[in-house]
Structure formats: C-alpha cells, structure tokens
Design a protein around this ligand. Structure first.
Ligand SMILES: [Ca+2]
Ligand SMILES: [Ca+2]
Length: 93
C-alpha cells in the first residue's frame, strides 16, 4: 500500500465498487446481481431513481434493459451502464 491519499474521484470509484460488491454477494453468484439483489440495491442506494421511475416493477424493467447478455443477472459492466446513464441524467438537471 502506498501512502497515496485517494482523490475524491478515486474514492467515489471505490465506493461504487464496494456498493456493487456488498449487494452482489448477498445470494447466488458473488460477481453478479440477481433480480432480488438489484431491487435491494436500487431501494437502498438509488431511491431517487426509483421514485423518478414511479412505475410498478421499475426495478424489473430496468433489470431487463441492463441485462445485455441475457443471463438474468446484472454484472458489474451492466451495472456501470446504469450508473453512467444516471450520472448523465444527474449532470443535466
Ligand atoms: Ca449475487
Ligand atoms: Ca447479465
């Protein structure tokens, strides 16, 4: 470990990885988010997004959109697609 102090952006990246990890390890495959894990992640970490969506099954729909390889799980790359979309949206408003 170097004594390098993490910058704000580096810290933010670490937090993103931590958050994904924390939720992806709840059940099934440790490397991916299942439907249930995805729902909990959205409810706990992105309640703002869910309240914007305001639709029933918003989490399920989102999951379908994100799941590019169709394995019914959201991996880290697929999760980043969501984050970049949300970040762009946040930047605009
Ligand atoms: Ca999992
Ligand atoms: Ca997938």
């Amino acid at each position: 470990m170097s004594a390098h102090k993490l910058t704000e952006l580096e810290t933010a990246i670490c937090i993103i990885i931590d958050v994904f990890d924390k939720h992806s390890r709840t059940d099934g495959n440790n490397m991916t988010l299942s439907k249930g894990e995805m729902k909990t992640l959205l409810e706990k970490e992105l309640p703002w997004l869910l309240s914007c969506a305001k639709k029933k099954n918003a989490s399920d729909k989102l999951m379908k959109d994100l799941d590019e390889n169709g394995d019914n799980e959201v991996d880290f790359i697929e999760f980043l697609t969501l984050l970049s979309a949300v970040t762009c949206f946040g930047h605009e408003i």
